[in-house]
Design a protein around this ligand. Structure first.
Ligand code: NAI
Ligand code: MG
Length: 770
């Protein structure tokens, strides 16, 4: 367009980015891409076609890796892992640093290729995806360097299988590979079938950076290749993608001993209070839902707007939508690019067409033919409408109104997801009151989509578990140096002798702060080592679990202060200590050992320890490279159930309880089945120690009958399987019902691991400056 015309019309001209270097890179590789294994590209095949979604043109052919090819890659990673770990943190830091430098040198090639392959505007790939990916490698070069001093009690997991989606191809690769390598793991990564190109350039860069062969392996392919990687002999699976595939992976890895992190979908609320800076909130929303065509797991896709400003806000938003420019992703003046693939486009169209509620507004802006979808706003929806609940994964915003902050929180949290949330208000007090109440792993205050390698990212509920970035992200790629021994299984004693006590002592369950008879009405005789009858323990069932979890969800313990929790834990210690001889006798009678008194003292000490931690297990303020603070707040994971170990009937009950309570969680303890009577005795200590109703519940009976119900329970966020691999598998097989965290415990004195298992980091971003 000539300059005079532009002066006349004041229209944008085009500013196309040169694509020739990216196409040349592909041509140099014979137009075919395939697996990168053991430091070299294997011969590639034309099994799948990689396209530019903006034009439909073929970019390259790609190998669909078979199970055997995946196995080969895993073997190469396995062979390389010991040396990579032994090389030490500083040596790994040099390699990660070299990767960051080389990515920087090839930044434009990476950005152009990303936009060609994915359809995202070059403005985004150039200014956001690629710089953030590079920053991740720099940041983690530092973590590798510091590992020997700062994380001396942790070691690598081994070989990590990593499966990533197509929405941020290189950035997700960086999030996965950088921390894994820093901690001494080797990796096999599978990029998404729509967007493998930048992973291939990254492979090339690995060779140039001196990454030892086998440390980074990349297998290309689709879901079948991903499934093969999940089944392969890896030590960990890290997955980012849809909740449905995450669920399949959780089921497939159940009982395998593989560690797992899942970063899944979301339907993140974007809350605008009536005192917000409206124009900024509109601009933030453009970024929240039209960044990357809305194909963002943490997209602010659910607008909750204060009723008083709703009309004004919607009008300004529509005016802004009409100004968004959709078109060629390689044009530097384009706001919204192409949808990644025609299949995704059809899904978006189908979801919007099926909706009959509210009013639908499409941006009045020219939309090119092909894989493009206009920015869309649907107003007047009710919180329960399908489009308020289901992830659309496209440029479609849904909107509803609220009247009070409490109602905003209620609507925001009315979701199966819990990934991110945004809130806008000029009142910092309101912001800091609301942020902790939102069920989300990340909260942005007066901003949105802020990311950094130093700040953790990840979800709760069906958005998954585990964090990426920062110190917390390293947990997912390392484990305690001391391996945890498999707990011994104890066979209950049998007998038929007469009762040892003169007066029958009735042992009951402890649910909602009260002694409760078991719902089923069954009890089981408990015998000592000489066959003497020690008493009867109730047999809990599914309904007792239900009642216990209901009491947990209503108990409000998570809102108490660390100081109060410490006071109650100390009080428990005091009351238990006062009964030392009684508990010691009970333990000795049940086990036939003489270590009872020692165990009671150890349990009192555990209560003191976690009382001490209750107001000291702190969060951090992250140092992020922008005018913002990112607060890493430790939040309780929520309702926990524990299958307690048989090994030390009292200590095995008190340790998970104390650790859970210390960090603000409620817990249902399924006591050791052979030795339940010390647990039913412990109910009296709970009653005497001001523990609020529902915070601790105690169930007895065969754990094998309870485990499947714990695994399937929708109200439990976490199950601690402390009594062996067999029951862990029972729980894990059902944990995908609500994407539960399943944890197998840590050494008795590894307090950090116990406390970590009870908390999850919420990152609250607060920008500053006018
Ligand atoms: P997807 O979850 O199927 O794909 C993500 C990755 O998993 C890809 O690399 C894929 O090859 C792999 N995969 C697929 N099936 C697998 C299996 N059974 N085992 C192991 N790996 C497997 O996502 P898809 O089909 O590309 O997109 C469908 C929907 O998922 C989207 O419309 C969106 O709602 C959601 N999604 C969410 C993402 C997020 O970041 N939260 C990212 C991508 C998609
Ligand atoms: Mg593509």
């Amino acid at each position: 367009m000539p300059i005079e015309t532009i002066f006349d019309t004041m229209e944008y001209g085009t500013a196309p980015e040169d694509r020739s270097i990216a196409l040349q890179w592909i041509a140099n590789h014979g137009g075919l891409i395939g697996p990168y294994v053991n430091g070299a590209f294997a011969p590639a095949r034309d099994d799948l076609t990689i396209r530019n979604p903006a034009t439909g043109e073929k970019l390259a052919g790609m190998t669909l890796c078979t199970k055997d090819e995946v196995t080969e890659a895993v073997q190469s990673a396995r062979a390389a892992q010991p040396d990579w770990q032994k090389a030490g943190g500083p040596a790994r830091a040099r390699v990660l640093y070299a990767l960051a430098r080389l990515m920087q040198k090839h930044a434009r090639l990476l950005a152009v290729t990303e936009s060609l392959d994915n359809g995202k505007p070059i403005r985004e790939s150039r200014d956001i995806d690629i710089p953030l990916a590079i920053r991740h490698f720099y940041h983690h070069a530092g973590h590798a360097q510091l590992m020997p001093s700062a994380l001396s009690d942790r070691v690598a997991l081994g070989v990590c299988g990593q499966i990533i989606p197509w929405n941020f191809p290189l950035l997700m690769l960086a999030w996965k590979i950088a921390p894994a390598l820093a901690m001494g793991n080797t990796v096999v990564l599978k990029p998404a079938e729509y967007t493998p190109m930048t992973a291939m350039i990254f492979a090339d860069i690995c060779s140039q950076a001196g990454v030892p062969p086998g440390v980074v392996n990349i297998v290309t392919g689709d879901g079948s290749t991903g499934a093969a990687l999940v089944d392969a002999s890896v030590d960990k699976i890290a997955f980012t993608g849809s909740t449905s595939v995450g669920r399949q992976i959780q089921e497939a890895t159940a009982g395998s001993g593989k560690s797992l992190t899942l970063e899944l979908g979301g339907k993140s609320p974007y809350i605008v209070f009536d005192d917000a800076d409206i124009d900024s909130a509109v601009e933030g929303l453009v970024d929240a839902i039209w960044f990357n065509q809305g194909q963002v797991c943490c997209a602010g896709s659910r607008l909750l707007i204060h009723e008083a400003i709703a009309d004004d806000f919607h009008n300004r938003l529509k005016a802004r939508m009409d100004k968004l420019r959709i078109g060629d992703p390689l044009d530097k003046s384009i706001d919204v690019g192409a949808i990644v693939d025609p299949i995704q486009l059809q899904q978006i169209q189908a979801l919007v067409q099926a909706n009959t509620a509210g009013q639908t507004y499409h941006a009045q802006t020219p939309v090119p033919e092909g894989c493009f979808y206009p920015p869309t706003l649907i107003t007047g929806l009710h919180p329960a409408d399908t489009l308020m609940q289901e992830e659309i994964f496209g440029p479609v915003l849904v909107s509803t109104t609220f009247r009070t902050p409490a109602e905003a929180v209620e609507i925001a949290n009315n979701s199966k997801y819990g990934l991110a949330a945004t809130l806008w208000t000029e009142n910092i007090n309101l912001a800091l009151e609301i942020a902790p109440k939102l069920v989300a792993g990340v909260v942005w205050v007066n901003a949105t989509n802020l990311f950094d390698a130093a700040a953790g990212f990840g979800g709760t509920r069906e958005s998954g578990f585990g964090r990426e970035g920062g110190w917390e992200g390293l947990q997912a790629y390392s484990k305690p140096r001391q391996p945890l021994p498999e707990p011994a299984q104890v066979t209950p004693f049998t007998g038929q002798g007469a009762a040892a006590d003169d007066i029958d002592r009735t042992a009951k369950l402890f649910i909602g702060g009260k002694q409760a008879r078991p719902d089923g009405g069954y009890s089981q005789a408990i015998f000592g080592p000489k066959g003497q009858l020690l008493g009867h323990a109730p047999i809990a069932n599914r309904k007792d679990i239900r009642n216990a979890v209901q009491a947990q969800l209503a108990c409000g313990w998570g809102k108490t202060t660390g100081h109060l929790r410490a006071q109650i834990l100390y009080y428990l210690a005091e009351n238990l200590a006062a009964q030392t001889s009684r508990f010691a006798e009970r333990l000795d009678a049940m086990t036939g050992l003489t270590t009872g008194a020692e165990e009671v003292r150890a349990a009192v000490d555990v209560l003191f320890t976690y009382a001490a931690w209750a107001d000291k297990f702190e969060g951090r303020a992250k140092s992020v490279p922008m005018r913002a603070v990112a607060l890493a707040m430790r939040e309780p994971v929520g309702a926990i159930a524990a299958l307690c170990s048989d090994q030390h009937p009292l200590l095995g009950l008190v340790t998970p309880m104390a650790a859970a309570l210390s960090t603000g969680n409620s817990i249902t303890l399924c006591a050791s089945a052979p030795f339940p009577l010390v647990a039913t005795d412990f109910s009296h200590i709970l009653e005497a120690s001001d523990v609020p109703a529902g915070v601790v519940n105690i169930l007895t009976g065969p754990q094998a009958d309870l485990a499947p119900h714990l695994g399937a329970h929708m109200g439990l966020e976490t199950v601690w399987c402390l009594s062996g691999a067999e029951l862990t598998q029972e729980v894990q097989a059902r944990a995908s019902s609500n994407i539960k965290r399943v944890w197998q415990g840590a050494a008795q004195d590894d307090h950090d691991s116990w406390l970590d298992a009870g908390t999850e980091i919420k990152t609250i971003w607060i920008p500053y400056g006018e």
